[in-house]
Design a protein. Structure first.
Lengths: 84, 84, 84, 84, 84, 84
């Protein structure tokens, strides 16, 4: 198995939900979502094999976007929405 | 690859969740959702190719609407629902 | 293109999440959900063409109901659940 | 069209999210979910025609249950979870 | 019709969202999710007939798990997350 | 039936939602999601049989990720987002 590197398997990259800005918080949401998939399926070859169809199917892109949106809800709340 | 412009890849356009009105907050929800797709699939040709079927399929439009609804939950909370 | 009227493209009809009653809040949730679809697909002919199948498929009706439920969560929170 | 009765089209039956008990709150969640479908598709014959397949398909029952769960989240929050 | 027993149709088994522990709260989430399906489809024979395919399909198990997760969000909030 | 071990059927492993770090909280979200599936389908052979297709299908991985995201929302809130 062509295993994804250990750094890609950290569940919460950086170890905190707190970020300096919404942009960084959103990047964290993307990273957490991606690492979740890596933890469920750590074989890089399988992930790469699935990408061509997934990444060209609008409904799949929407489903992935929804996961990012949910992760971001948590991160935004953690940061009090970066209000001040 | 016909890459979407860099401005379309900013994850949180404007860099804040705070807006002056619900209407602007909703527009931000649309933008964040769209930019999420762009970040996952930055090839504009692929995105354009997928649109005819996606945009004429009610179930796909509903799925996209759900993502906007979730993003808006976050933005509305960030703005204390524009209460006063 | 037979474009939906501009009034149907306002993202938050009325410009506020605050309503006088749960019933009005729910009506707003329906309107926001509908306007979201209109903004993604503003061609009325396409929307009308999709309706016969969508509106007779229980799973599609359930999916649409879920979007309304999510929009209503936001609106209900905004109104402190119309508690007093 | 064999239209569902007007009482089935009230969006928030009873006009309030507040109930005396969790059981009544859950019943309200069911009612709101059902009335949402009625508002999107008010033709009773269509609804009845869709039921045999929908109600015998586990995945459709799960999807419907999810909508009830989301509506209940809102109602439970409105009632402070009937804590005291 | 081989109707599920009345005890399986109570919408909120026990009549409260408050439990002594997270484990009991999770059990309640399972029960509420199951009773929701029972209320939509109270024919036990239909439910049993659907199980073989549903319970061996990972995507269906994931969908069911998501409903439990949503119910648990409500119950956990009701119990202040069993913090002390 | 090749039943999953009892330890895999505990609904909330560890009996608490409180963890020392986001990483541990995320691990708990994974565990709760997995144990939920185990409780619905406790036959290990069935679970193993479903894995090859599920774990190589991007849409299924996304769906599983969404469940983890929802479980994590609850756990993160329980821990006040590990803010201090």
């Amino acid at each position: 198995m062509n295993r994804v590197p250990d750094t890609e398997l950290v569940k919460i990259p950086g170890g905190t939900l707190l970020t300096d800005s919404p942009e960084e918080g959103r990047a964290l949401a993307f990273a957490i979502a991606r690492h979740t998939v890596h933890n469920i399926q750590p074989d890089l070859d399988v992930l790469v094999a699935g990408r061509p169809k997934y990444a060209t199917t609008p409904e799949s892109l929407i489903a992935a976007s929804q996961v990012v949106a949910i992760e971001f809800q948590t991160i935004a709340a953690a940061n009090n929405y970066w209000r001040s």
